[in-house]
Unconditional design. Structure first.
Length: 440
């Protein structure tokens, strides 16, 4: 096939034993290594060997079985990798802008310009862990998120790029006239500044967003540089792609300044039949009760009271307008059930692999075909890869899928830069408070 100047972007979404909710029970998984940094070092180095753009860690503040804190973990992984980007989810609702600005600036310095921030408002309530009485409404969270991100960017810009000079002869370490208070006063936040660390190597760590609701799309068009989204069909992906890209112009942005990367969750094997068998094996590890409970948490209704082999109780569903979080994912799941006439059991198994992201079972060659079609036909700029089983699922992608994509001229054969912005083809932002920024 002819070479294409446009290149795929690929991220590895790390998730313990894998993205299938029952992957921890599979013989190939290693649940006992869930808090072992050496395990994640191996995954990170495998992904970097495959020349992937980035690693991504999701995070939240609820749940009885947690995961390693992302800043701590990515700082450790920065020391055992050289090029791959390091993206962490950090919510705006239960954090403060100064803390987030400082931590991401630190991660960007530690990694030499490889940090990315997945901005979420917090779909699940963690109010009870933060001295609050209730989770803010969806619209309020996004209103405050706009202000939160603006404060963080101003804090990153509070240091001009050449403020730190370490001039031993002159006895000047920092040019104090190039470090500035921001004196931000808004509806939700009041921050004096400046930040207590120099401007990040990338100017700003790459700004990622994962919401696909109407409010989330507008927020992404205004702010984000990468979108992680869940789309079930090529048609849905194409519609989302056109819609979000069309919103950029009113914010003075061009389509190439925002990369759209749907989640894609594969089960791979040497033959399609073997891949289907592996997928069925994973599904068999999920009990009907577990599946119904998991689906209930996404749809805002207790489905354990309904026949598992019956349809969704459409008349009893709360409706997207009453969902205070995961609005877009709610719509994806309900639309999927309606379109394919799925029972509760069938829908729970369809989302068991990737929580509403599109799943795939087949050979590496078929997977490369799938990726190429969505990429060439306007459904994606790349993909947020979510193997259903770790570590083997990632190794299969790196060893069997990446070479095929390279042969088709779709994916890099070497890293051409050292920062995440360079991998994604994104410019280093000017210091909007003090127009002095230079290219990396």
């Amino acid at each position: 096939m002819s070479k294409s100047k446009r290149q795929l972007h690929l991220n590895a979404f790390l998730s313990g034993t894998g993205h299938h909710e029952s992957s921890w029970r599979h013989p190939e998984s290693q649940p006992e290594r869930g808090f072992d940094i050496q395990y994640y070092k191996e995954l990170a180095q495998t992904a970097e060997r495959g020349l992937l753009d980035s690693l991504f860690l999701a995070d939240g503040y609820t749940g009885r079985f947690g995961k390693l804190e992302p800043f701590t973990m990515l700082s450790a992984l920065a020391m055992v990798t050289e090029r791959i980007g390091l993206i962490a989810t950090v919510g705006t609702t239960y954090n403060e802008p100064f803390h987030v600005a400082r931590k991401f600036a630190s991660l960007d310095h530690i990694s030499g310009g490889r940090a990315g921030w997945n901005i979420v408002t917090g779909a699940g309530s963690a109010a009870f862990n933060f001295g609050r009485t209730e989770h803010p409404a969806h619209s309020v969270r996004y209103e405050y998120a706009d202000e939160f991100v603006e404060v963080v960017k101003q804090l990153w810009d509070s240091w001009e790029d050449d403020a730190l000079i370490n001039d031993k002869r002159a006895g000047i370490q920092i040019q104090q006239n190039k470090v500035h208070e921001i004196n931000f006063k808004g509806k939700a936040y009041s921050v004096q500044g400046p930040l207590n660390i120099p401007r990040p190597p990338q100017g700003y760590p790459v700004l990622v967003q994962a919401g696909s609701s109407e409010t989330g799309r507008e927020f992404a068009a205004r702010t984000a540089e990468v979108i992680f989204t869940a789309q079930q069909t090529l048609g849905d992906a194409q519609g989302f792609y056109r819609d979000v890209k069309s919103r950029l112009a009113k914010y003075g942005r061009t389509p190439d300044q925002l990369k759209i990367m749907p989640g894609l969750s594969p089960v791979l094997a040497d033959t399609e039949a073997e891949a289907r068998d592996k997928e069925a094996e994973l599904h068999a590890l999920t009990t009907p009760e577990q599946g119904a409970r998991s689906l209930s948490s996404w749809l805002g209704i207790d489905l354990t009271k309904y026949p598992v082999d019956g349809p969704l109780p459409y008349d009893d569903l709360p409706g997207v307008e009453n969902i205070n979080g995961h609005k877009a994912r709610y719509e994806v799941m309900v639309d999927l059930a309606r379109r394919e006439n799925l029972t509760i059991r069938q829908l729970s198994l369809r989302i068991a692999g990737a929580r509403g992201h599109v799943t795939f079972a087949g050979t590496p060659l078929q997977f490369a075909d799938f990726i190429e079609r969505w990429f060439r036909e306007g459904g994606a700029d790349g993909f947020n890869l979510m193997p259903q089983i770790y570590p083997g699922g990632l190794t299969e992608i790196v060893d069997k899928v990446i070479p095929e994509l390279q042969n088709r001229g779709l994916f890099r054969t070497a890293y051409e830069g050292s920062t995440l912005r360079e991998h994604l083809g994104l410019a280093r932002p000017l210091n909007v408070l003090h127009q002095t920024a230079q290219s990396i």
